[in-house]
Design a protein around this ligand. Structure first.
Ligand SMILES: [Zn+2]
Length: 135
């Protein structure tokens, strides 16, 4: 492999890492929608709070995947367990963004694929919560 090929592969890996981060961040907001929509809560105005102690979460508590891992799945303030599902959904968003852009390139089509997985994720998890009698 020559230097140019290595540089192109390196650039593609960096682009896909950025895509993963964007996808995970967007799906992080889907977690908010999945929680608040069935509870008829305001979607954007309030900052997120711990569901146990209601402490308002700071920016460093809300970094997708990284916060959950660094806090070992527990609230920084009350140490209550934070469901792995939030992190799982964030990972899903990252993977979905990477697959969409690998498949379709960085084009509108990739955004379309990503949006479809986003809508499906919200519908599926709200339905699961309804069936389980939570939310
Ligand atoms: Zn808490």
């Amino acid at each position: 492999m020559d230097m140019l090929t290595i540089s192109i592969i390196g650039a593609k890996i960096i682009i896909e890492m950025i895509m993963f981060a964007i996808g995970a961040s967007i799906f992080s907001f889907l977690n908010v929608i999945i929680y608040r929509l069935p509870r008829k809560m305001i979607l954007v105005r309030d900052r997120s709070r711990c569901v146990s102690c209601k402490h308002q979460l700071s920016f460093r508590d809300m970094i997708p995947i990284i916060s959950w891992v660094s806090l070992k799945g527990r609230c920084r303030y009350c140490k209550a367990k934070i469901s792995f599902r939030y992190t799982f959904i964030e990972c899903l968003g990252g993977i979905s963004a990477v697959i969409a852009t690998l498949y379709a390139g960085i084009k509108l089509k990739a955004l379309g694929i990503f949006l479809i997985t986003a809508v499906l994720t919200v519908v599926i998890f709200i339905t699961v919560d309804k069936l389980r009698g939570v939310g």
